[in-house]
Design a protein around this ligand. Sequence first.
Ligand code: DGL
Length: 276
Amino acid sequence: MNKSHGPIGIFDSGLGGLTVFHEIRNLLPDYDYLYLGDTARTPYGTRSFETIYHYTQQGVSYLLDAGCPLVILACNTASAKALRTIQQKDLVAHYPNERVLGVIRPSVEVVGENSKTKKIGLFGTSGTVRSESYKMEFDKLFPDVTLYQQACPMWVPLVENNETDTPAADYFVKRHVDALLKECDDIDTIILACTHYPMLMEKIRKYVPNHIDIMDQGPLVADKLDDYLHRHPEIEGRCIKNGESKFMTTGSADLFEENAEVFFGEKISAMHVELF
Ligand code: DGL
């Protein structure tokens, strides 16, 4: 069986995964990376299970066929709706030597440890919340945790349309923060379970009382990936280290380049690919 050497693959429904990727690359700058954003079909958060699985599976296959020994699903919605089937079905059948990891388990591990009251809040897309994936993972790892979830369908469009610093952002952020905190007044940790929400951090912090920790996924996913690579030398040894990153998009490369800076914090150049 061919055991490829290649870059670490990062998959997201679009641009948001760049917030996670940026933290990964900061912590682990020596590796090569291949980022694929499915901007032609974003957002995933409001789509059906079947559609999200189908799109994610196509993106992941592209990265594995390009030689990535390891792919990170930087997207919460894809991790919630597609990861398990990809790991249990697609990898076993077609890519037995490759690995695909998501963002939910590492987030749950860190956030579950952080909480003292064991009352945790979550903001996510409708798809992530409806999937109950976070709840299932908390039930497995921290059965004493009670999870309170809020779907925030307007937050991704606010970020995508550069409306994070407007009265509309205040309105929609306050609305969901109030709704979450009304459910339980003992929440001490909130997880931002969507790639776009760190871009709303200032507004979220404005309405969330200071004693509540707000956990941004990027840094914790990067830490957990570092840990994974140390524990899995058979995968780590196949990850190429020239410190190079490439960016692919299923949509317009020009648009991707134009919008990426907001999420990634620096200018990048991108290439268009067809998955379908
Ligand atoms: N990347 C998605 C997530 O983290 C947000 C954008 C979308 O809905 O596709 O859930």
